[in-house]
Design a protein around this ligand. Structure first.
Ligand code: FE2
Length: 178
């Protein structure tokens, strides 16, 4: 299965070169982590909500959809608001790709891998994206989407992904039913 079938939102990226690069990062992450396409639908999007039923694929797509809605509202409300939509979509689709290296599948379910015990997914994902020659703005979104980014001055696109990510985490966490 092509990444485009797993993440149809890739097709919303106008720049074909960038679309290809986003797929390249996912393929590389699957190869390095030793995952198959089906694993992405089984992999939980977080280990912080025990037994969540929300997969990494569902989460990633929901973050992309939320980010696009936020961008639409901001651009409607504030006429001078400049948002690089291609970067926003690519960043949304790649923000958690590092989880393919951060997690492992064990007999007792998904756990942190050796990599994951040493570095979190924002760092692992940013390294992968960088190795695949993604633009610095997208590497920035991946690296800064979570608390690591609190030390940086996030770009507009990163701020949107950061909040889209947390709004797709905290409500599920408090209900603990994902
Ligand atoms: Fe996320």
């Amino acid at each position: 299965m092509e990444c485009i079938k797993i993440f149809p939102e890739i097709e919303l990226i106008e720049d074909k070169g960038l679309r290809d690069k986003v797929q390249k990062v996912w393929k590389k992450a699957m190869e390095v982590g030793g995952w198959k396409n089906d694993d992405l639908f089984r992999m939980p999007f977080t280990l912080l909500i025990p037994q969540t039923r929300v997969s990494l694929v569902e989460h990633t797509r929901a973050v992309a959809k939320c980010a696009l809605k936020i961008a639409e509202v901001l651009q409607y409300a504030y006429k001078d608001m400049r948002i690089k939509k291609d970067y926003l979509i690519a960043g949304a689709l790649l923000h958690d790709v590092g989880k393919l290296l951060e997690y492992k599948d064990s007999r007792n379910g998904f756990k942190k891998s050796v990599h994951g015990n040493l570095l979190r997914h924002p760092v692992l994902g940013a390294n992968l994206a960088s190795a695949c020659n993604l633009p610095a703005e997208i590497v920035h979104i991946i690296y800064t989407h979570s608390k690591e980014g609190d030390l940086y001055r996030r770009t507009v696109e990163s701020i949107i992904i950061h909040h889209s990510d947390f709004v797709n985490f905290e409500p599920l966490k408090i209900q603990n039913n994902g």
